[in-house]
Unconditional design. Sequence first.
Length: 456
Amino acid sequence: MTPPAREKPVLDRRVIAVAVLAALVAFLDGSIVNVALPAITDELGGGLPLQQWVVNAYLLTLGSVILLAGSLSDRYGRTHVLRWGLIAFGATSVACGLAPTAELLIAARAAQGLAAALLVPSSLALIMSTHSGAAQARAIGLWTSLTSASFIVGPLLGGVLTDLASWRWVFGINVLPIALTIVLMMPLRESPPERSGRIDVVGAVLGALGLGGLVFALIEQANLGWNNPWVLGALAGGIVLIVAFLGHQSRTAHPMLPLAMFSVRNVAWGNLATAAIYAALGIASFALVVYLQQVSGLSATLAGVAMLPVTLMLIALSSTAGSLAGKYGSRWFMTVGPLVVATGFLLLTSIEPDVDLLWQVLPGVLLFGLGMAITVAPLTSAVLGAVEPARSGIASAVNNAVSRVAGLIGVALLGTIAGTRVDDVWLERSLVLCAVLMVVGALVSAIGIRDRQLST
């Protein structure tokens, strides 16, 4: 692997650039599409169910396969898996942009999620293996601030592309950062991977099908009802397959999800906090941009601009929060941050159809951004700092899988909790739900996280 930052600072900057760009395209596509959803349904039809599936088809395959991808990263090397993922992501992005029907777009988004799964754990593991101590905490902060900002900058970029060109360009734009990342990777070299063994294909299939069944049931029940045999069958099948997946993981010699990892306190509690926090983030990002366009009548660009302060605060403050967490511990950052975000969500419930961006949106969005900047880098440090570097790939994959699946299930449940009619009540219910989830994340962090835990 490349030498530590103190020995080769130039090479380390290259490693950070590669890691950030590789993860950025994967995260960006989870959010950039949100503001394009009304334009997609205007052209392809399908209404709110299609909008949910365009988001969730990507998150479903990303969340289902990311654990397997983490094992591949540890076994075959970070740079090799990153290169495969970048090429596949570029090809599937073009397929999304060219999709002529709703069905083909959903299929292309699912394939794009598979490619994205190869990028996320390998990118963070690359940083973990080239930095240590305070330098590692700062590097994680940089990675976190820039990649997390993609959740909010995505709507702005997507809005500009949709308004000035077409929704299809929100996918085509991926080609440029992918090409740049591949060029930057060329000088990177790494030592042979330490881990060996078979790939858990059975686990990957069981996990993907189980999640697929659950998500199908949660989305389609709003349209078909819980008594529909397809919904009931998908729900029952999903539960059975998830149970089978966990049983298989406990027995197989080469699990894609090492359950023993959750015996480490910060890994277990940190991932529980991740689930609550990222479920709220996924719901809020989806609900706000859809409401601002479909009810308040804002353009896609202006809806994205409304969320821009979150991006700016993440970029400006996450690295500092990561450094402070490396020095003082993550626990209280992970407690205070979500409470600040929850306050922001409650302020945003004042949004009305004739929206005033300055007074109804900006105060809540500022708290949203501040709280996320306080939270995200310390959360990543707490979880990944609790395992040995050799398992950083799978640890990163587990944490990212939890965050993506949480967002996936959150958006899928939105129709059940808030309804399928996008109006004032729908937005208020969505934001109150997000605030409650953030409070849960804060409580879990305060109770469960222990600072400077070094056990594995």
